[in-house]
Ligand binder design. Sequence first.
Ligand code: ASP
Length: 581
Amino acid sequence: MLRTHTCGDLTINDLNKEVTLTGWVQKSRDLGGMTFIDMRDRYGITQLTFNSDDNAELRAQARELGREFVIRVTGKVIERSNKNLKISTGEVEIKVSNLELLNAAKLPPFLIEDETDGGDDLRLKYRYLDLRRNPVRNNLVLRHKMAQEVRKYLDGLDFIEVETPVLIKSTPEGARDFVVPSRMNPGEFYALPQSPQTFKQLLMVSGFDRYFQIVKCFRDEDLRADRQPEFTQIDCEMAFIEQEDILNVFEGLIRQLFKNVKGVDIPEVPRMQYADAMRLYGSDKPDTRFDMQFVELTSIVQGQGFPVFDAAELVIGINAKGCAEYTRKQLDELTDFIKRPQIGATGLIYLRHGADGSLKSSVDKFYSEEELKKWSAAFNSQPGDLILVMAGHKDKVRKQLSELRLEMGNRLGLRDKNVFAPLWVLDFPLLEWDEDSQRYHAMHHPFTSPKPEDIAMLDTNPGEVRANAYDMVVNGTEIGGGSIRIHDRDLQSLMFKHLGFSVEEAQKQFGFLLDAFEYGAPPHGGIAFGFDRLVSIFAGLDSIRDVIAFPKNNSGRDVMIDSPSTIADEQLKELKIKTTV
Ligand code: ASP
C-alpha cells in the first residue's frame, strides 16, 4: 500500500514513529518560515509541517500545493504545540521529510469543508467532490451500516436474499412505469419494477418461505423532497404467517436498527387503527411525538346561528397548550398558513383560555360564555391554552387541521429530530375512490387481502371494506407498508373484477400469478421499508437526496452525467422507435 497509516489514525501514542500518509490537501497556511497543511482522507485530517530551517526546498515545494492536490508524505509524528482537541489526531503533526505529488487538482468549484459555499445545483453537478465532505460521506457510511444491520437481522431469522429481475412487465403499484424498449422484440417494452411485489409472492409459492432483498425500485412520479425516480426498498415476504407475525418480526428489525446503529432503545411499537388515525390526527401517518389530538365539536357548536359551523359536515379543533397569549399577528400567520393553496382552508376560529380563566373567542357574537365553557370542557383546556377550530367537509377539514397541528408542533418545539416515535397503523381500507377515473383503486395494491369478515361488503359498500394492511410510521413519515396477500385464485379474480379489470385483462396482465395460485400457494404476507427514508430519519435529514450517493434533482435529472438525454437516430432505428421530430 502507498501508506502506512490513514489521516485518522495517529495520536499521541504514535510519537516519533516514521509514517507515510496519503490524501488530499484540505488547506494550507504559512506562518513565518513554516507551512502547515491539513491533509484529508476518508478517515480524518492530519496536520503536516514544513519548516524552511530544516529543508527550504521541501517547504518551497509544499507552498506550491493547491487545494485538493493528492499527495504522499513521509515524516515523523511529533507533538503539536497548538493542539486541536476537537479531532482525534489533533495532538500530533507530521514533520515531513519527503513529499510526493500524486496528482494535481483544479481549484474545486466550492469549498470541500463541512460548511460549504456551494449551492445545491453546483454540488450535484460535482457530486464526487461533494461526497468528499464529511457530512455527505457520513450519511453514506450510516446507510452502509444500516444495510449491514438489516442483513444481519434477517439472515439471523433465516430470510434468504434473492435478486429479482429489473426488466419486467408493469407492476401496478399506482405510479407510472419507466419503460425500456426491447431491440429483439420490436415494438415491445419492458417495465422497470415499481417493486418486486409479484416476484416475492411467486417465491412464496416456490417455498422460499422467508425472502428479503435490498432492492432498487422505479416510479415515474412527480418528485418531492422525499421522492426520487429510483429508490431503495428493504423488501420482505414470509409464508405461513399471520399479520401478527409480520408486525413482530419487522418491529424487531426497526428496534434492532435503532439500538445497534443509533444506540436508542425503542419501547414496544404502539398500534393504531387507520380509522382512529384519521379521526384523531387527520392523517394515516400521524406524528406521535406529541399529542394534540383532534376534538370534535360539531354537535356542541351547531344550531347557534353561526353559518360556517352550521353548514359544515365536521367542526374540529386542537388545543395548543400555553398559546393563549398569541398576538393578533401570530394568529394571522396561522390563518395565512391554512389558507395557502397547498392547504386550501377558508378560515380559522380560535378560543383563548386566558391565564385569568376568561374565555374569549373570535366568534363571541354567536357563542355566549356558557357555550364557550362547553368548548373548553370538550378540549379539557386550562388557563393559558389556545383552541384552534376549523370546519368543513369531513375528509378535507381533517387533512387541513392535520397540517395546522404539525405547524403548531413545529412552533412549540414538539418535533425534536432526536426523539423517535414509531407507530403501526393497521386496517387500512382496501379500496380508495378515485375522482378522476370515477372508480375504485386498490389503496395498497391489488394483491392485498380484504379482512375475511368484510368480504361480503365488496358488493354493497366497497369503500368500507378493510384490508389486512399495515404501515409503519416514524415521526409522521411512512417508512414501510405491507399486507397479508390473497393466495386464492378466486378471491384474486374477484378483486381484479372490483378494480375494473375484465377477465381477459386480468389474465393478460396477471395470468402468471393467478396460474401460480393454482399450484399450491401458501398463505403469505410481507412488507417493504423505504430504505432511503429510513436512513434520512436516522440521519436527521428532511430529504432522502442526501442519503443517496448520486441522486437526481427535482426535475428527475442527473445533472452530473446529464441524463436523461437524447439518443442517436441509429439507436432509435435499431429499436424500431419512430422519431417525431
Ligand atoms: N410492494 C409494496 C410496496 O412497494 C410493499 C408490500 O406490500 O410488501 O409498497
